[in-house]
Design a protein around this ligand. Structure first.
Ligand SMILES: O=c1ccc(O)c[nH]1
Length: 351
């Protein structure tokens, strides 16, 4: 369902207020060929109404001849900012960048953040943005989970479908995604509501079963036949199953990059207002599937790069895979049980 400009301006004002936008600060709205016109128009009005100096920076698309999908998260690494010193300078000079184009997993993004500029990614359709306007409660929930991961040395994930994955932790930071950028140098994604980290390089091991109904992104598919990943030394060394496994293998082979098979980020969904079933109600190209990444109780893992957390692995291939019905354990203590998020006092050691 569409959303009115009035409601979308109000949604932006709530997110910008949570992001501590102050009058007189510079906001640069970064757009590309696929930016949603209503998201842009309402961002311009909301930012200016809050007294910001508002710029718009429109960049030409890249990788169209290489990517197999139009999804902005499907082909990573180089972005329209790569080598674009004038654009980078403008963004570095801004207090807040509203990214309506997608810089995620780009080296340039880190370069811009380290100078204190804040970056908020917002590329879902306006009605999804408006439905999932973040709250302070979202931040509190994600921050508590992040603290749990930060104190842990191991994440283990099991499921009735046969997943049994062990990930030593400690080498990489925890990344909290709660939907607004309230501190200098922070990146976040509106909408979100999940927590993630990366296994120690080369250490993830075990088996992941992507079961019927689990989701592949950017494929935007609910898996119809289980896919079994054999994980050794941090890489999916075998991906086996039926037609869904064949399709995934064919897609990943197109990148011709062994680094694409590495286990990338791992974590779980904490957004009670996001739903597993939403993906099935949208055209594939009209959403990047943030409900799927954020719905409370998923175990979200991914394949591909770890440069987002300071790792050295960059690969264009990036697959996000939220699983249902998993147990997620930190140092043996459950934080999610059969796909239900436990509050700390519920957690009991795994049998
Ligand atoms: O917000 C996001 C989106 C995709 C991803 O892989 C991580 N975080």
């Amino acid at each position: 369902m569409s959303i009115s400009d009035y409601e979308m301006i109000d949604a932006w004002k709530r997110v910008l207020t949570l992001s501590n936008l102050q009058a007189g600060q510079t906001v640069t709205i970064l757009t590309g060929a696929a930016s949603h016109p209503q998201t842009l128009a309402t961002a311009l009005i909301a930012s200016q109404s809050m007294g910001a100096i508002v710029n718009r920076l429109d960049l030409l698309p890249v990788n169209g001849d290489k990517a197999l999908s139009r999804d902005a998260l499907a082909y990573l690494g180089t972005t329209p900012l790569t080598g674009n010193h004038a654009a980078i300078a403008a963004l570095k000079a801004s207090d807040l960048v509203l990214d309506l184009m997608t810089l995620l997993f780009s080296p340039e993004q880190h370069d811009i953040l380290k100078g204190g500029t804040k970056i908020l990614l917002a590329v879902e359709p306006p009605e999804i943005l408006a439905r999932l306007v973040p709250t302070l409660a979202d931040k509190a929930r994600v921050a508590a989970a992040a603290a749990r991961i930060g104190a842990a040395r191991q994440m283990r994930v099991t499921s009735p479908a046969g997943t049994d994955l062990t990930c030593p932790l400690g080498q990489f930071p925890v990344i909290s995604e709660y939907g607004f950028v309230d501190e200098p140098g922070r990146w976040d994604h509106w909408p979100s509501g999940f927590v993630l980290t990366f296994p120690d390089d080369g250490q993830a091991s075990g088996r992941i079963v992507i079961d019927r109904g689990d989701i592949l992104l950017p494929q935007k598919r609910y898996v119809a036949e289980p896919i079994v990943l054999t994980v050794e030394n941090g890489y999916a060394v075998r991906i086996e199953g039926g037609i869904d496994a064949d399709l995934l293998n064919d897609y990943m082979a197109a990148f011709d990059d062994p680094e694409g098979y590495a286990i990338s980020h791992i974590g779980w969904g904490l957004q009670p207002r996001a739903r597993w079933s939403t993906l099935g109600l949208y055209d594939r190209e009209s959403t990047i599937g943030m409900d799927a990444r954020a719905f409370a109780g998923n175990f979200l893992f991914s394949l591909g790069p770890n440069n987002e957390a300071g790792g050295t692995r960059t690969t264009a291939c990036h697959i996000d895979i939220p699983l249902r019905h998993c147990d997620v354990l930190l140092d043996g203590e459950a934080v999610v049980r059969r796909g239900v998020v436990l509050s700390p006092d519920d957690a009991t050691p795994h049998a």
